[in-house]
Design a protein around this ligand. Structure first.
Ligand SMILES: [Zn+2]
Length: 445
């Protein structure tokens, strides 16, 4: 039953954060009431006229997921992805907000471009789109972009990143950190010292040596994170570290947090699951920036996410057209799809493995990224993400089935999923954005 924006919904026998089943009423865009499981039917008192019912027996209710790191490719590479197709994939993956990275063409370095992306998101309507603004003009690393104008634009930008490129100039990075304090913004750094990765093709290590491919040392990432943590501490500003990929990076972030500095970090699903020995296949679907690392790094990333050193999971969803990806290794563009598989990978690596419960998943995939990105709090009362009065912006996961990922079945315009043919647990059954279903029965409404 597909309701319109005004329809109230009862989610029958749903399990909030994996807890005991209850009936949850969504009305007027908010979580309106919880009732004893199975007690709410068509004849129940107090239901708005036309209330729709969703049999959610066994489904886990989570706050709508928030992705701090999505490449939607529009404007410029609409053959790889559009705001419409990317946000469709997001909703099907349980996301209700995505932060759209600035490395489009033209680059999102002005109020005009970020407003264009924001409006495209509104028009598509699958989830909220929050544009990320570039730190430097044209991502060129030479001079600061119009950060203030983007912050005060209709798009209300709070996250700034040259992602794809590192802001490697220390003085520019300092200036950006100082500037964003005026509107409680955050600089999200793609940590890669460019002089240390010239020509790099994969993680520097045993596998690279065996394959004879130029290596990408962990220190190229760690050196920038250490420098930027020191800068953030020095100027008292907020630094967010994109796609942390090494054990050493986790150690540095742990140290920076212990200092009391405002440093947050994300890890991608693929860095939680995949390792660099996959490169032995020479399949460019495994080429990504930062590169897949070792099993020791994966273990440290999982431990860092579990103990909160790493604040959140972000997909780094990076669609690429066939000609940019299905080519020889050296010529292929780095990047992987992620929006429709992220929750499943986190379920496999963190929940089934006993490292996080569902409340922990809600924190790492919805609440923490919302705070870092400057979104309004999703909870009416602190401590619970799905409280009465909170926005009815939620997702429903069926945790039981394992499914084999099929690249052709994904909503993205691109096909570069590293999980094709792999079995992953869990599937999104429904997503609601302020009470309006964007996904029902696993399909876009
Ligand atoms: Zn990046």
């Amino acid at each position: 039953m597909a309701g319109d924006a005004g329809t109230a919904w009862v989610l029958r026998r749903v399990r909030p954060l994996g807890g005991e089943p209850v009936d949850v009423l969504l009305a007027d865009g908010v979580v309106a009431a919880w009732r004893p499981a199975g007690s709410t039917g068509p004849d129940s008192d107090g239901l708005p006229p036309g209330t729709a019912f969703l049999d959610a027996d066994g489904l886990i209710l989570l706050p709508g997921l928030v992705d701090l790191h999505t490449h939607l490719r529009e404007p410029g590479r609409e053959d790889a992805e559009t705001v419409e197709s990317g946000t469709r994939a997001a909703a099907l993956g349980g996301y209700t907000t995505v932060f759209a990275m600035a490395n489009t063409n033209p680059v999102a370095d002005t109020a005009g471009v970020v407003e264009q992306v924001w409006r495209l998101g509104l028009d598509a309507g699958h989830c909220d789109v929050r544009p990320v603004g570039a730190v430097t003009v044209g991502l060129a690393g030479q001079r600061l972009a119009e950060l203030g104008a983007m912050a005060t634009s209709a798009a209300g930008v709070r996250v700034f990143s040259d992602d794809g490129h590192c802001v490697s100039d220390a003085l520019l990075m300092r200036r950006a950190l100082e500037y964003v304090k005026a509107f409680d913004g955050v600089v999200a750094q793609h940590a890669e010292e460019p002089r240390l990765t010239v020509g790099a093709q994969m993680n520097e290590g045993v596998v690279a040596a065996r394959l004879g491919l130029p290596g990408w040392p962990a220190v190229a990432e760690e050196a920038i994170i250490a420098r930027d943590a020191l800068l953030a501490g020095h100027v008292g500003s907020r630094l967010h570290v994109c796609h942390v990929s090494t054990a050493g990076s986790v150690e540095i972030i742990r140290w920076a947090k212990a200092k009391g500095w405002q440093v947050t970090a994300e890890v991608t699903p693929h860095h939680l699951l995949l390792t660099d020995d996959l490169v032995e296949s020479y399949d460019p679907v495994f080429k990504v920036n930062p590169p897949l690392r070792t099993a020791e790094d994966v273990a440290a990333l999982r431990a860092g996410l579990a103990d909160g050193t790493i604040d959140c999971v972000a997909t780094d969803h990076a669609p690429h057209a066939l000609e940019d990806k299905e080519t020889e290794w050296a010529a292929a563009r780095p990047g992987m799809l992620g929006l429709q598989t992220a929750l499943s990978v986190v379920m496999e690596t963190m929940v089934i493995a006993g490292r996080l419960d569902w409340a922990g998943v809600a924190e790492r995939m919805a609440l923490a990224p919302a705070r870092i990105g400057g979104l309004p709090s999703p909870a009416a009362d602190a401590g619970s993400s799905i409280a009465v009065g909170a926005p009815a912006t939620v997702t429903l996961l069926d945790p039981s089935p394992w499914r084999v990922v099929e690249a052709d079945a994904l909503a993205s315009r691109s096909r570069n999923t590293p999980y094709a043919g792999r079995s992953l647990p869990g599937t999104i059954r429904a997503t609601f954005l302020r009470g309006r279903p964007t996904v029902l029965d696993g399909k876009i409404v």
